[in-house]
Design a protein around this ligand. Structure first.
Ligand code: DAH
Length: 466
């Protein structure tokens, strides 16, 4: 998300990177990764270009959730990430992510009752995070050259299958199943730096609501005008509407969407909350917005949303309907609500942490108390990058550090990078902060892990320690 939604405090969604010619995102807080130049690549996601994402996997098959998949040059899933698939924190009783999920679901049930007073929305919180690239990108109109598709940013099983990078990946299949109002809750996976506000796995809630002309007119019956509201017209795309949509229909949907989301945020955080709507860009919605709220003196992006691109509804088999959608990050909401300062805490199995959230009352006011504070061990590592021609990405190094140091690694930061003219080599220096959340880590223990990281970086990433 939360880019959204990145988790933690990261601002930008990789899916929201502005496309030339389209409206740019007006404001963001926190560090934004600039969109790097994207190498030319074949246009279908089934035939991506020749960029090896990772050193080739050693075995020809990889087992993910009891199914074997052939590996290829895009395979970059690590065992550490694979192990996260079974955790399903959003379903774990007495986990903060589960408490907040239940609050969101209750809010949506109450907000949208059907004519019998039952919930209109259905909830899908057990869908497998293994999706096709077609689901994650193509179905959502993410262009073939879009930076979010880069192997350095997502976890690929192979060129066809991946771990979903957002819950939006399930929109089309659920619409095709005939659903008009639904929520998807689940774990999403993105390769990223490691620190207090970034973790390669986080959780999102996706909401989708579709209406046809009869639904729109029944919903706003009598409140606007005598003549029925039209949904479609042959027009041109404007900043405030899609080509085929009427202004009326767009405005009604925008009003309902924002009313729903603002209501949700107020339900969670109280009504004297400072918020603002920011124009945004997503390939699958237009117009699009983000909701930001004040958090520790800064504007923090909480969610992304918009009017669904009509192409999606065509694909879903319901061209006569229009719809809105949103995606929000659970970790961000939970960090603010329960004052949890570090995103890695969500993965702690320490009873000192979990016991603080053992309640059946989802409205109980809980403020997280740090379990313990142990000293940090800080070690630097400097190396020459492999020579021109072999691919190196900092995310490969982050993953390697995590796969060796696990949760004992609190932070990895690139502190220095330079080019040596004479040697014609690039150098990177990273600072690795080691700290256990469970005990005092001795410098000797940290040194041992660090040595192992140096060795593995040399053999697997082909760097040369300086
Ligand atoms: N999938 C987006 C992300 O992860 C968030 C999002 C934005 C979801 C707009 C939506 C939407 O459904 O309409 O960054």
């Amino acid at each position: 998300m939360a880019g959204l939604l990145r988790h933690g405090l990261r601002a930008a969604s990789p899916f929201s990177w502005p496309t030339p010619g389209l409206k740019a995102v007006r404001h963001r807080c926190g560090p934004i990764r600039p969109a790097p130049p994207v190498p030319a690549r074949a246009s279908s996601s089934q035939t991506p270009g020749p960029i090896p994402a990772h050193p080739p996997a050693s075995s020809a098959q990889i087992r993910v959730q009891e199914r074997d998949y052939p590996t290829d040059d895009w395979t970059n899933l690590t065992p550490q990430i694979l192990a996260r698939l079974d955790r399903r924190l959003h379903l774990q009783a007495g986990h903060p992510l589960s408490l907040i999920r239940r609050r969101i679901v209750r809010y949506m049930y109450d907000k949208f009752p059907n004519y019998r007073g039952h919930p209109l929305f259905s909830v899908h919180d057990r869908l497998s995070p293994v999706v096709t690239l077609a689901q994650n990108y193509d179905a959502l109109l993410v262009p073939p050259q879009h930076p979010s598709r880069k192997p350095s940013d997502s976890y690929y099983i192979n060129r066809t299958w991946m771990l979903r990078a957002h819950t939006s990946a399930h929109q089309i299949e659920l619409i095709q199943m005939g659903l008009d109002n639904f929520l998807v809750v689940g774990d999403v996976y993105r390769r990223d730096a490691i620190d207090a506000s970034h973790y390669p796995v986080f959780h999102q809630v996706e909401g989708v609501r579709l209406l046809d002309a009869a639904g729109v007119n029944a919903r706003w019956a009598g409140s606007l005008r005598d003549t029925p509201i039209q949904l479609f017209e042959a027009g041109t795309e404007k900043p405030h509407k899609q080509a085929g949509h009427t202004v009326d229909a767009t405005q009604l949907l925008e009003w309902e969407l924002k009313d729903c989301l603002l209501g949700l945020i107020r339900d969670l955080f109280g009504s004297d909350l400072q918020y603002r709507w920011v124009d945004a860009y997503f390939p699958f919605t237009h117009p699009s917005w983000e909701l930001e709220i004040q958090y520790q003196g800064q504007w923090m992006e909480m969610l992304g949303c918009g009017i669904m691109r009509q192409e999606l509804l065509h694909q879903g088999g319901v061209p006569e309907k229009i719809g809105w959608a949103f995606g929000l990050g659970l970790e961000r909401l939970a960090m603010k609500l329960y004052e949890i300062p570090d995103i890695r805490i969500f993965w702690s199995q320490d009873s000192g942490f979990l016991s603080q959230f053992q309640t059946d009352d989802i409205d109980q006011v809980i403020k997280y108390k740090a379990v313990s504070k142990y000293p940090q061990c800080i070690n630097d590592i400097s190396f020459w990058l492999p020579q021109e021609g072999s691919e190196y990405s900092s995310n490969d190094f982050f993953d390697l550090v995590r796969s060796i140091g696990g949760d004992l690694v609190e932070q990895v930061v690139l502190v220095d990078s330079f080019y040596h003219e004479k040697k014609q080599k690039h150098s990177h220096c990273y600072r690795i902060v080691y700290r256990s959340t469970e005990k005092t880590l001795t410098q000797e223990e940290a040194n041992e892990i660090h040595k192992h990281i140096e060795n593995q970086a040399t053999s697997r990433l082909k760097v040369q320690i300086r």
